[in-house]
Design a binder for this molecule. Sequence first.
Ligand code: HEC
Length: 119
Amino acid sequence: MQKWIMSGILAVACIFAVVLMFTLPGREQVAQEEKPQMPEVTLNAEQAEATVKANCIACHGDQLQGGAGPNLQKIGSELSSDQLYSIITKGKGGVMPSFKDKLKEDEIANVALYLSEKK
Ligand code: HEC
């Protein structure tokens, strides 16, 4: 009788360990891949231009024609505002810097919206 209880407990412990092994790293991965959520903003083109002038033209050119970074003049036909928001927030390719700590979420969203209209 006691043997049954012992092996029962052991089996449950094993199942529990296996479940943990598969779920824990899984959750971490999901957190890493989670895309930043773009806040709702109404486009303020004047403010977006000022933000872009101050932060982006050094690499993307004063007319966004490109330089160290790619041309962004028609970026809206390739990327959605959500994708732009994600790139500006997180950076890209190790060269395009992350602006998460330099700009407010609303400012990034406004720039993303502004660029998404460039088609
Ligand atoms: C230090 C230089 C630098 C600055 C400053 C910079 N970028 Fe970039 N950016 C790059 C480079 C380099 C790439 C290309 C990265 C790659 O594709 O690997 C890039 C890529 C991008 C892309 C993706 C283009 C595509 O075709 O996939 C967008 C959008 C973008 N930048 C927007 C911005 C905005 C908006 C700002 C200002 C808030 C900014 N960048 C500031 C260097 C810069």
